[in-house]
Structures are given as structure tokens and as C-alpha cells.
Write a protein that binds this ligand. Sequence first.
Ligand code: TXA
Ligand code: MG
Length: 336
Amino acid sequence: MNTTMPEMTTTTAQHLSTSQADLSRAADLLRSGKLVAFPTETVYGLGADASNGEAVAAIFEAKGRPQFNPLIVHVASLEAAEAFGRFDDLSRQLAAAFWPGPFTLVLPRTDTCPASPLVSAGLPTIALRVPASKVAQTLLERSGLAIAAPSANLSGCVSPTTAAHVLDGLGTRIDAVIDGGPCSVGVESTVVGFQDGAPVLLRHGGVSREDIEELTGPIALFSDPDRPHSPGQLLTHYAPRTPVRLDAAAPGDNEAFLAFGPDAPQSSASLNLSPSANLREAAANLFACLRQLDAMDRRGIAVMPIPETGLGAAINDRLRRAAETNMKHSGSNHDT
Ligand code: TXA
Ligand code: MG
């Protein structure tokens, strides 16, 4: 089986200025699926076209993260955000108060949300932010894109607030960095989500809890005081309802089949993550394929082995969680 890795950038990232010409160049790179780090008022973000699944997969690859975590999607305005997330009165009020700025809202995805399911790590929600930084705004405008961007650091390292920090960690893994000088806020955006209609604070950040509470009243805090930047423990991971069986050579009776690579056996209820065994393509397709196979309502979903290299580690992490979840709650609806 051919399991070669997709090509990774190995040359040094272009060091771009904030000149009009360089910002246009950065916008062009983003539109062609490349990775561009850019300054926001909080920290530098590692940006990619949010609607391009393979570009989003390349973000995870560059950060070297062995897991898929949902990413923040940056948009130019509240109006632009409405295409991605379902707002209600309260979320619209919060957006009006704190956008543009260091503030992120986690909302249900719209039915026609143009963002790749990978930015949401398969969850039914999406994190949205309108940055205040002039450079970020210009980039959004020039590119006409929604830009998915986590902090532009290697997994496990601190968030970068200068272009030099970005190059230190990611210099040979991304296509370009826009040097806009040091970030003015210097900490990440505040992340607010909703549970049963009530706002919850998922991460402390550039907008204070007090300022938010002036609008909302007392807001529940969902972050661990020892790990203020890790609301991850609150995220339920996406998993299909149908039991998942790993390392399957072929589908069994009445099983749907998640295939990988050119040597996959044929089956009527089968989808191939990447017929050419390209892990970036496989990552981009993972959540959409799982949802489709789940909807077939078969007895199970059999999954072909996927190499553990590069993005394969994150893909397998997700598949193993899906298989374990099914073992614990077989048949129940746990996708919240
Ligand atoms: O200031 C910032 O927010 C920076 C700049 C670049 O905008 N971005 C940033 O992204 O810090 P990142 O990926 O490092 O952090 C995103 C946070 C994570 O804690 C993630 O768990 C949470 O937002 N998040 C994203 N999508 C979510 C979702 N659908 N549900 C719950 N939490 C979500
Ligand atoms: Mg981060």
C-alpha cells in the first residue's frame, strides 16, 4: 500500500511586511490553500482558508498536534459571521459589544455553513471571531475568505506575539508570516459558548469576564483554574452513533465501510478517505465521511487501518475515541 505523506513545506517561510503589495501576496497564498501566519491584536494566528479542508488539515500538520481540536474562524464582520453561525438575540448583542476585538463566540453551525467540518472537529458548533487588528482586517477583506486560525505555535508551546516567535517554531512548516510587530493585547481571545441558551465562559482572554457580565448577568465559568487555556475537557468529542470497528480488512455483514488507500475492497456502503493514501486529504474528509456512514444506519462502521505517521496520528486518535465511545454507550445518542 502506498502510504507516502503529503508534501510538507520544507523551505523557510516568506517574511512579509504589512505593505499593500505584501498583504495582497498573503491573500493570494491563502486563496491557493497555503498557510500564512498573521498578526491579530491578541496573538499571531496560523491562517488557512476555512472552507478548504486540506488547507485546514495542513494547519494541524504544521502544528504537530496529534489531535484535532476545533479552531477559531476569523471573519470580517458580524454580517459575514451570520453565514457560519446561528445567532440569537444574546449572541448578537455580545457580538455588537465586543466585535471587532479579542472575543470569540461558539455558536451552532448554520445548515449551509461554508467552513470545513474539520474546523469544528466534527462538532455541530463553530467558533467565530472578528479581529480588530488592521492587518487581519485587510487580509480578510483582500482574500474574501473566512480564515481558520489557531495560535501560530507548535503544539505544546506558548502562543506567539511577534513574527520572530512564529518563525522560531513554524519557520520551515508554513508558507509565509506577515510581520506586523508585537501584538497589542498579547493574550488570546475570550471564548464564550452557550449551554441551554445560557452563556458559559470557555476561556479567559482579552475581554474581561466583568465586561461580559455587564451585558449577560452572572456567567458560568467552564475553565479549569489550573489550566485556564484548556477548555478542551469541556468539549464532547464527535463520535458517530453507529458502533465503530477499527483495523478492519473488509466490511462484515451489514457494516458500512470507511476505506483508505488504493487497495480498498469494494463494497456498496463504502467511502474512501483518500484513494491515493494522502493523509491530508483523509483528514479533510474524516468527519464528513463518518457522518455519511453513520446516516446509513448499518450495524456498524468498519474502518481500514490508517498509518500512524503525520496526520494519521490525529485521525487514529479520533477514530479510537469513536470506537471507545461506542463501547461505553452502545446505541445511545451521545453527540452533544
Ligand atoms: O486570540 C485568539 O483566540 C487566537 C487568535 C489567532 O485569534 N486564536 C486562538 O486559537 O487562540 P486556538 O485554536 O489556539 O484556541 C481556540 C480555542 C480553543 O481553546 C478551542 O478549544 C476553543 O477555542 N474552541 C474552538 N472551537 C470550539 C467549539 N466549537 N466549541 C468549544 N470550544 C471551541
Ligand atoms: Mg493555542
